[in-house]
Every structure is written in C-alpha cells, then in structure tokens.
Design a protein around this ligand. Structure first.
Ligand code: Q9C
Ligand code: ZN
Length: 645
C-alpha cells in the first residue's frame, strides 16, 4: 500500500544529505518529475496513490460562469452535502460520491442563512449564503431553458442542491439530516462550538501564517521562548510533566474532494489544547519541550528508506493518498517528522530524568504505520521512534501499552521478534472484522519474540471501564510487572472513549485516568503518553485532560471494587490468559482464578444440561418411543389407550 510515484525512482534520492540526513536539493527535482496528467481525477488503480493533484491544475479550475456549473446525476443530487473552500473565491459543492459542483462567488449577503453546514469548521463555508445559491440557481435555470440538448433530460435541476442538505457534526463529524438539531451520534447541538469563534479566528490566522511560512521554505520554530522554558522549570513541580506540541502539526489536513470531513482532523489537537488550557495544565503546570523534526536516520531505524522517501515525496503534491483513508497534503511530511521528533525527544527527556513523564500531543497518529506501510491515518510510527530514542538514552526494556480502540498492527510488526519491547494492546477485534483486522490473542510474536506481543481482542463494541479495568488487573499489570521495563510508552488513542464515532465503546475520562494511574507504578514512573486516534472532540479533550492530571501526580478515585467484567470481556480474558500463561508465569494464577469466576457465573446451566443428558439413556427408538407417549398425553390430549387399540 506504499505510495510509490512511478516517475520518481526512490533510488534517485540519496540519503547522505545534511546532518539530519535530509537531502537539500530533492524537493524541486521531485516536483518536476511528479506531474500527474489527469490531475483532478481520482486514480482508480486500487488504493495505491488513489488521488494526486498538481498545483498547476488547481489554478485551472473553472472560473465560475454559469457554463461552469457542473451537474451530477440524480442519485448524487440527493446527497449533496458540503461546501468547501477552494483557496480562491469559488465555492465547491460536493456530492457524497465525490463529484464537484463549482459555482463562482456571487455578490450577496454572506452568512444570512447558510446551507446547513457544520458551523465553525471553516468559516469560509458559512459565507456561502442561500441567497447566493438562489442566484446561482436562477442563472443556471436560465441556461437550462436556452439549452435544448436532449441528453440533459436525466439531469435534475440545480434546485435540489439547496433543498437536500446535510450538516456535519463539528464534534464527531457525523453527517446529519438538515431537519435535526442534535447530532444523531454524539448528541451535540448543530451549532456546537468547542472553541469560541474569537479564538478560532486567532488560530485560523496563525494557520495561514504558518502555511505562508512553510511555502517560503522559511519555517521558524514556534517553539517555547527561553523565558517560557526558564519560567516553568523554576518550580520542581513543573519539572514533572513535559508536553510536546507544535502548531505546524495542524497543517496536516485532508484537501477537499470528499463530502465527509475526515475524522483525523486538525481540530483534534486544538480541542485538547483548549481543554488543557482551561484546566490550567498547559501552559501552566506542565512544561513544554521544544519541537523537533525527526531525522532521516531516526525514521529509517523503524521504517524502510522507501517508506521514508514516500512520505517525503507527498510534500510535492497538493494531495496524496496512501490508502483511501490515509491522506497527505503538502505539510503532512513536516507534521509527521515533527510528531516523531517530539516523541523521540520526550522519550529522551524522560529517560535522562529531565521529566518524570510526558504527553506527546501529536498528529498524524502512528501505530498503524508498519515497517513499510502508511495506513489507518498513520504516516510514521511515532511510538516506535520513541522506543529507539529511549534505547539510545539507556533503556534496555521498553513496554508499550496500546489502548487505542484499533490494533496497532504497525507497532506490533516493527517489534514482532524483539524481546526487549513488550507490546500489549487492547482493541476491538470482532474476530478480525474490525479495522485493521490483526491482533488476535494468538498473535504472540515471532522468531524469538514469542510472548512479547500480548493482544487483548474484544469481541464486540460497547466495551467500557469495567472490562478495561478487569483486563488491566488480570493481564496487563501482572505481565508488565514481570517484564520490568525501563520506560512505559502508552499509545493513547481516545477512540475507545464514550461518544467516539469510530470506536463505539464506553470508556470514560475516569477510566482513562485509572488506566494511567495503574501504569504509573511501572518503569519507576517513567511514562510517555502518545496521542494516537480519537475522533470525538469533547471525548478526547476530557480524556486527555484526565490523563494529564494523573501524570501531574493527582490520584484519581480507584474504580469500585465490586465491578464485574462483561461476559464477553471475561471470555476474552480467559482466551488471552490461556495463551499467555505459557510465557508469563505471573498470569497463571489469574487464569485459574478467572476459570473459577466463569464457572461460578456461567457454569451452572452447562452442568444442568449435562445431567439431563445423563438421565436419558438407551437407543434412539427407545427414547422416542417413551417421549411419544408423553407428548401425546400432554399436548395432543389423545387418550393413550385409544390410539393403540
Ligand atoms: N473501511 C487510528 O485510530 N478505518 N486509525 C478504515 C475502512 C480506518 C483508525 C475503514 C481507521 C483508522 C489511528
Ligand atoms: Zn484508533
């Protein structure tokens, strides 16, 4: 699934550049060789590089005369959903199947009655008023009357666009019909604003500035000023928790094309930052570390050079796709380098004692990125890069706990045969039907790494605090303590959170706080939390903030002692422990205990059935012979004698 542009051979790019390993001259050369002929058309060659668009074509978009209003077929007309910014004054309308309708900006009163769009995602969207739509419509219908082409009969007039609209929940990206006010999925109000418009304006401005800067190749680090660093390191309390963040990771975002907003969106970081700020945690109690881009060598320690090159090459295209849901824009490679670099530096800071623990507030996420694949919204494997940095700073054994709702197939692959890295993942699996499909309990590691992958695969959605707590008590903690790691890295996706549109599970902020608390006793308290997935802005904000609170030393209330796992959760744990007790003596007693637990709760019915079977013995004809008499007597109410006579 690796993106490999044919016109630029990966070997052309040598890896002996500057001290960071990056070649200086590469970018311009790459972009010359990389012009795709049919720029605005999806490439249908499977999922490989499925859409590439070139700068030049972007400028050749229709200029908005009525002739330029493209029409889509009747089916797609009913599902037109979204107006997106085009970088110019043109508004582009998207239908659900990805077709576009382009209308030029028509003078009108902006924002009077917008077309039913998510309110704050992009305020340019709002400026397209229905009055403008009406005017465009009038122009189009006039054209239609003058046009006598027979072929146009199966095309519906433009009006349906204005009538059939949907809105996208700003909180969870769910598409909702126009007549509903609350999101069908997460219950948020249609006008949900996590961040007040005022603040958003500030962010938009800085996004534009950053964009301009990175275009001019004159990127300056908007890292904390020396005074900020000094100020926060004066108190020893502040030395405890480090946070890694850089605004430029918010430049990674999907370019138009699709009607539905991508769940892995810049607002995720913004939402978490806003929540940490409101709690006084950051800036404040946590101290920032300067952001750094990972070097070529750092990335090549966990990925093939072809993979690193492929990610780098995306900076030459307006839009690239590794898989249909793993996008890149021109800033994605930078964002991915920053994400990995921040994780590496946090790991180093924790290993060297500059910080007790840390939170990497990064995107794109990383745990699906394998040795040579970008997938599942992930470009580089941030956790794996952090493992390598921990090692370089002296860690002999590294524990990774992955509580993202998806299995971290990439991380598992990278350390599959590595005994010095214990990978424990809890995830929805559903017998392989849940993305990415890997992570069965039977996957334990290979080629000497057996027992160093521990998979806890939930059989269904809806898993909550109880099951997670239970799994921690009986599998994660015993195994992790026996492993005795030097640092704990948490692949902390918040998509198992209650309200997440992808995970559909039930974990609460208190649940995440407790999991953090339980892990904080490991590795002498050295703990790095790395953001992976999580797509409900409210859920991820409150969850991440609850985690940071624990990192800062706050002890959350322990979960109630009498909580029980779900039946299917208990079953999963039994399966995991049966397999893992081969490798970890610490879970053998738990395995026996859980077997008794199961017997006590669900074993009785089984025994009854067995007993009944033992009562009725003898050949079939005999059993049926006896039963026939009983059935006839009870149900047919036919006197037994009559029948036989
Ligand atoms: N039909 C993370 O949470 N969904 N990635 C693919 C294909 C991909 C999630 C659905 C979900 C990826 C980091
Ligand atoms: Zn996930």
């Amino acid at each position: 699934m690796t993106y490999a542009p044919e016109s630029v051979h990966p070997e052309k790019v040598e890896h002996s550049g500057d001290q960071n390993g990056w070649k200086d001259k590469d970018k311009s050369e790459m972009s010359n060789g990389n012009v795709i002929e049919d720029a605005c058309k999806p490439n249908l060659d499977g999922d490989k590089n499925s859409y590439v668009e070139n700068d030049d074509q972007e400028e050749n978009l229709p200029d908005g005369s009525p002739h330029d209003i493209c029409l889509t077929s009747e089916r797609s007309l009913s599902t037109v959903v979204r107006v997106q910014e085009n970088g110019s004054d043109n508004a582009i309308y998207h239908s659900e199947d990805g077709m576009e309708v382009n209308i030029s900006e028509i003078e009108g009163t902006p924002g009077v009655d917008n077309v039913g769009l998510a309110p704050f995602r992009n305020r340019r969207e709002q400026s397209c008023s229905s009055r403008r739509l009406e005017e465009a419509l009038a122009l189009y219908e006039q054209e239609l009357l003058e046009d006598d082409d027979e072929d146009d009969k199966d095309w519906l007039p433009f009006r349906r666009f204005a009538v059939q609209t949907k809105w996208f929940c700003t909180n969870c990206t769910m598409a909702n019909f126009d007549d509903s006010v609350y999101c069908d999925l997460c219950g948020e109000h249609r006008n949900f604003e996590l961040i007040p418009a005022k603040m958003l304006g500030k962010f938009e401005a800085s996004r534009e500035r950053l964009e301009a800067e990175s275009k001019n190749d004159a990127v300056t680090l908007p890292s904390p000023t020396p005074s900020m660093l000094e100020e926060s390191s004066t108190s020893s309390f502040h030395k405890r928790t480090a946070i890694g963040f850089d605004e430029r990771m918010m430049l990674h975002s999907e370019i138009k094309m699709k009607s539905h907003p991508h769940p892995e969106r810049p607002d995720r970081l913004q939402a978490i930052i806003a929540s940490l700020t409101a709690s006084g945690f950051f800036p404040g109690k946590c101290f920032p570390i300067p952001a750094r881009e990972a070097t070529y060598q750092e990335l090549a320690m966990v990925h093939t050079s072809e993979h690193v090159d492929a990610v780098e090459l995306t900076s030459c295209n307006i839009s690239s796709y590794f898989t249909p849901d793993t996008y890149a824009n021109r800033h994605s490679a930078l964002a991915a380098r920053l994400a990995a670099g921040i994780c590496a530096d946090l790991a180093t800071a924790i290993m060297t004692g500059q910080a007790q623990n840390g939170f990497a507030l990064v995107r794109p996420p990383g745990h699906h990125a394998g040795v040579k694949d970008s997938m599942g919204f992930c470009l580089h494997n941030n956790a794996a890069v952090a493992v390598m940095a921990s090692r370089a700073a002296g860690a002999k054994k590294v524990l990774i706990v992955d509580w993202d709702v998806h299995h971290g197939n990439g991380t598992q692959e990278i350390f599959d045969s590595d005994k010095s890295v214990l990978y424990i993942s809890l995830h929805r699996h559903e017998g392989g039907h849940f993305y990415p499909g890997s992570g069965a309990a039977s996957e334990v590691g290979t080629f000497g790494g057996e027992g160093y992958s521990v998979n806890i695969p939930w059989k269904c959605g809806g898993v909550g605090d109880n099951d997670y707590n239970f799994a921690f008590q009986h599998a994660v903690l015993p195994i992790a303590y026996q492993f005795a790691s030097d640092i704990t890295i948490i692949s902390a996706g918040f998509d198992a959170a209650k309200g997440d549109p992808l995970g559909c599970c039930e974990v609460t902020p208190a649940g995440f706080a407790n999991m953090t608390q339980m892990l904080s006793g490991l590795s002498n308290g050295k703990m790095l939390v790395i953001l992976e997935g999580g797509y409900n802005l409210q859920s991820i904000s409150s969850s991440a903030t609850a985690v940071v609170k624990v990192l800062l030393g706050d002890n959350p209330d322990p979960p109630p002692q009498d909580t029980q796992p779900s039946k299917s959760g208990l079953k999963t744990l039994l399966e995991v422990l049966e397999i893992q007790s081969k490798y970890w003596s610490s879970v053998r007693e738990h395995y026996l205990q859980l077997q008794l637990h199961w017997q006590a709760l669900y074993g009785r019915k089984k025994r009854k059935i067995i007993i009944r079977r033992h009562i009725v013995k003898g050949p079939v004809w005999w059993k049926w012979g006896r039963k026939r008499i009983v059935y006839e007597h009870w149900f047919a109410r036919v006197p037994l004698r009559k029948r036989s006579s």
